[in-house]
Design a binder for this molecule. Sequence first.
Ligand SMILES: NC(=O)c1ccc[n+]([C@@H]2O[C@H](COP(=O)([O-])OP(=O)(O)OC[C@H]3O[C@@H](n4cnc5c(N)ncnc54)[C@H](O)[C@@H]3O)[C@@H](O)[C@H]2O)c1
Length: 340
Amino acid sequence: MANEAEPARVAVIGLGYWGPNLVRNFAAAEGARLVAVCDLDEQAVARQLAQYPAARGSRDGDEIIAADDIDIVVVSTRPSDNYPIAKAALEAGKHVFVCKPVSQIPEQALALAELAEARELILHTDLTFLYTPSVRMLRQILESAACGELSYIESMRTQAPWRADINVVWDLVPHDVAILGHVLGRMPVEVSAHFAARRLASVEHAAFVTLRYDDGLHARLNLNWLSPEKVRRMVYCGDQGSVVYDEMEDDKKLRIYRGGFDIGGVNGSEKLTTHYRSDGVETPSLSGDEALAVECREFLAAAASGGTTLSSGAEGYRNSLVCAAIDRSLKGDGRAVTIG
Ligand SMILES: NC(=O)c1ccc[n+]([C@@H]2O[C@H](COP(=O)([O-])OP(=O)(O)OC[C@H]3O[C@@H](n4cnc5c(N)ncnc54)[C@H](O)[C@@H]3O)[C@@H](O)[C@H]2O)c1
């Protein structure tokens, strides 16, 4: 960057649904100065300039990437455009904050991470949920073994704008894969997925996904763009307790159910009994920090100090690898696909 003591000079390319959130957070972040906003759509640029008149507007991403007065390029274009723009920005010597999915081709995501490393630049993948107070607390709860041994996980992630360039897997599953990787500390070894609705278009808008882990743990994901209700809910069920994580709740995003079940008798015997224990429900209080504000802060600190972030380019690659395997299974009628 130009001078470590000066705020990092930031440009945001892509001002559709998500980009304005990034503009707002980088404009407010300590250690950053919003220098430019860019979109192919003139109206989208004008809307941001009306709120941030000190920034300049552009409809030309190449001009932004080549500019000498920009240190950081934030890429929030369509998923299919994220990779070439992020690559060009890294090649021009900029730190890059890029929306998920970085690329639908894992090899491209890996090449991008390697390019950033070779150039000593920060490549950060926007996996926003990793920066929510709820997911950070969820990880602590699971690490404390409050649930005992996990037996299954289920996730429901429904309602999102229809996309023409990617299916529901590439749109929503990056969040599940990131959250699960963070709280469990590992990736699935095998995945399978089915298209789960009447087909309305060539893009798959609904899916049932199963992730299998090396110790027999399973996670089931239910994804659908067209649900009348927006749901962002996960259940982690163990033999000593369970956690329900609901990002749509205001003040009870996490509920810890103490207790569990004891299975009596010998498996296979006629009198197998299950005794359920219930020792109360806890709702830990969480900070009200906005995830994107936390994420921008951590990214800017890494760009200033040469560190890394929780969702580095390498994490973006692992995320792409799992999503690609799920998408392959979806297109192969649920055939199990091994990761790696
Ligand atoms: N983290 C989250 O929770 C979250 C939520 C929504 C979207 N996203 C991600 O954010 C990204 C953007 O999604 P969106 O919903 O805002 O999409 P969008 O289609 O609403 O907006 C994309 C914008 O990029 C612009 N654009 C495309 N190519 C361009 C180029 N070459 N130069 C300049 N502008 C260009 C388009 O004109 C459009 O305004 C996607 O990668 C998506 O997966 C993340």
